[in-house]
Design a protein around this ligand. Structure first.
Ligand code: S3P
Length: 174
């Protein structure tokens, strides 16, 4: 049975955390971040995991987190930008609830992502390389149930659009 979580996916800087928190408040639901679950389980930060254990290890931890998400229902879940981007992951996420992709202009996403820092996937990568990473992830993100274009709008408006789309899809009540 499909659970009634709302799962936000999208590239770094898309606003998954900020919008997810707001959305959860609007819906009166709990808010969960997969990156926080990994940090709590590992007892070290995301940059430390990348530095000390490598990206592959981090991706395996993301796989473990998806398994534990199966226990959740009714939550708003913000995922890390790379979490859905492995074969089979989007299918697993779609089983957990309504998957919402926060898309936007690649340059805008990147600028926001760089501003908030602490993102190992951006370190040592040129703008062209990050854009290539974004493009390589599109086939995965496109499998979301709902797509929201965040270009040029603030978090409040993004949340209003998510709510409207969820209602239209009968994924939430009221
Ligand atoms: C990553 C995105 C990050 C975090 C990790 C890897 C990625 O999350 O999971 O640094 O591969 O895009 P945000 O999307 O919240 O920045």
């Amino acid at each position: 049975m499909r659970r009634d979580n709302v799962i936000l996916v999208g590239f770094m800087g898309a606003g998954k955390s900020v919008c997810g928190r707001l959305l959860a408040r609007r819906l009166g639901r709990c808010f969960v971040e997969t990156d926080d679950m990994i940090v709590a389980a590992e007892g070290r930060s995301i940059p430390e995991i990348f530095r000390e254990a490598g990206e592959d290890r981090f991706r395996r931890l993301e796989g473990d987190v998806i398994e534990s998400l199966r226990l959740k229902s009714g939550d708003v879940i913000a995922t890390g930008g790379g979490m859905p981007c492995r074969d089979g992951r989007m299918e697993l996420l779609r089983e957990l609830g309504a998957v919402v992709w926060l898309d936007g202009d690649a340059g805008e996403l990147l600028e926001r992502a760089r501003r908030t820092g602490n993102r190992p996937m951006l370190e040592g990568r040129s703008l062209a390389e990050v854009e290539e990473l974004y493009r390589s992830r599109l086939p995965y993100y496109r499998r979301a149930h709902i797509t929201i274009d965040t270009t040029g709008i603030g978090a409040d408006q993004v949340v209003a659009r998510i709510l409207a789309a969820l209602r239209e899809a009968h994924a939430v009540r009221a």
